[in-house]
Write a protein that binds this ligand. Structure first.
Ligand code: CMC
Length: 391
């Protein structure tokens, strides 16, 4: 293989140095800038975590107020950007609309395209963080035929998003603090996860010198796949298909069958081999949130039975397959009345904090060079061209 190694799926390749997130897969440890995810989940807020990921330190009061003000100031989308939505069929997947409209931001913000200027890089990151919920809510409302809403900048990050999603003129939207808190926590848990597929994609695109909007749009498309962020949508569809707890054993049997491509969605992780610390937090939160909202979802019973059945099954034990972050998040989103097609979009809103933090870090990394993997060629040896009438 010459002077390079063959590593499909990059299971043994570090592509960069990073000071943002630390994972110990064997111990189930996840740290953002050194802070344990459990502490951040309990005590912090998504916007504070976003600041931490981007800047390396928790903000003091003034720094946080300045950051919140800036993020709030940049929530609007250009009126012409709405035209992009109108180009889509009414039933377009919101992830398709999100990827396309985020990519289109590069055409609206020429002034942020001088990548040599740290202030413009920072502003681009703020714009992405600020506009993501606006674009996400717009994609949702367009998909159900409702007019797009202005961001209400007197509300905080999460309540503003909920308002853009669900507000109708005739009745004032009841802001439920349980819903807002749960959503904020989900955003924190999804905010970063070192070199996962979508973040690696952002970095690969970023390594070419492409602008941050294009880089993050590429990250969104990578997130969409069911092996990655698309799993939360796939989990809920799977649970609905299983339907009742008595059908769980049959689903587990299918997942073990090597002639069947069916996998238990929400199980397994490339890095976590004992448990996913985020799943532990979400599991607890699911029971709490459903209890507080008075939601009695039969799919929760299916999920619990499935978890129990898989955790004692040899196949899953041997392969160290545990519920991951996406296993329970869908049930919470459903209880919060977020439609299934929006689940991966919700993941994208949270992960935007990580994507921009990695992009910013990469821009000042003296060792950054264009990402350019090699290959093992398996095609034909040299041969001579044959004229079409001789083939
Ligand atoms: N159900 C059944 N079997 C599984 C599953 C599953 N969910 N996950 C892995 N396996 C088996 C797999 O068939 C293989 O078996 P064998 O050794 O006999 O061939 C073994 O476990 C190792 O799996 P792998 O595919 O080599 O592992 P990977 O590290 O390449 O993949 C994964 C990790 C997350 C893509 C995979 O576990 C999976 O497809 N899970 C379901 C989708 C999912 O929940 N994704 C969300 C991941 S967490 C959040 C995120 O990143 O977005």
């Amino acid at each position: 293989t010459g002077c390079f190694t063959y590593d499909p799926g990059f299971t043994a390749t570090a592509s960069c140095k990073s000071a943002i997130t630390y994972i110990d897969g064997d111990q189930g440890v996840l740290l953002y800038r050194g802070y344990p995810i459990e502490q951040l989940a309990e005590k912090s807020s998504f916007l504070e975590v976003a600041y931490l990921l981007m800047n390396g330190e928790l903000p003091n009061k003034e720094e946080f107020a300045g950051f919140e003000h800036e993020v709030t100031h940049h929530t609007m989308m250009h009126e012409r950007l709405k035209n992009f939505f109108h180009g889509f069929q009414y039933d377009a997947h919101p992830m398709a609309m999100l990827a396309a409209t985020v990519a289109s931001l590069s055409a609206f913000y020429h002034d942020t395209l001088d990548l040599e200027d740290p202030e413009q890089r920072r502003l681009a990151a703020i714009r992405l963080l600020a506009k993501m919920p606006t674009l996400a809510a717009a994609a949702y409302r367009y998909s159900i035929g409702w007019p797009i809403r202005f961001p209400r900048n007197n509300l905080d990050y999460v309540n503003r998003f909920l308002h853009m999603m669900f507000e109708v003129p005739s009745e004032p939207l009841e802001m439920n603090p349980v819903v807002a808190k749960a959503l904020d926590l989900l955003f924190i848990l999804h905010a970063d996860h070192e070199q996962n597929a979508s973040t690696s994609t952002v970095r690969l695109v970023g390594s070419t010198g492409a602008n941050p909007y294009a880089s993050v749009a590429a990250g969104i498309t990578a997130l969409w796949g069911p092996a990655h962020g698309g799993a939360n949508e796939a989990v809920l569809k799977m649970l609905a298909e299983i339907g009742t707890p008595d059908k769980v054993d049959a689903a587990v049997a299918r997942a073990k069958d090597k002639n069947d491509s069916f996998r238990l969605m929400g199980f397994g992780h490339r890095v976590y081999k004992n448990f996913d610390p985020r799943a532990k937090i979400i599991r607890e939160m699911t029971h709490k949130v459903l209890g507080e909202l008075g939601v009695n979802d039969p799919l929760l019973e299916v999920a619990m039975k499935l978890e129990e059945a898989a955790l004692k099954d040899e196949y899953f034990v041997q392969r160290r397959l545990y519920p991951n972050v996406d296993f329970y998040s869908g049930i919470i989103y459903k209880a919060l009345k977020i439609p299934t097609e929006m689940f991966t979009v919700m993941f994208a809103i949270g992960r935007t904090a990580g994507w921009v933090a990695h992009w910013l870090e990469q821009q000042v990394d003296p060792e950054n060079k264009i990402g350019r993997p090699r290959q093992i060629y398996t095609g034909s040896a040299t041969r001579d061209y044959v004229a079409i009438d001789k083939r």
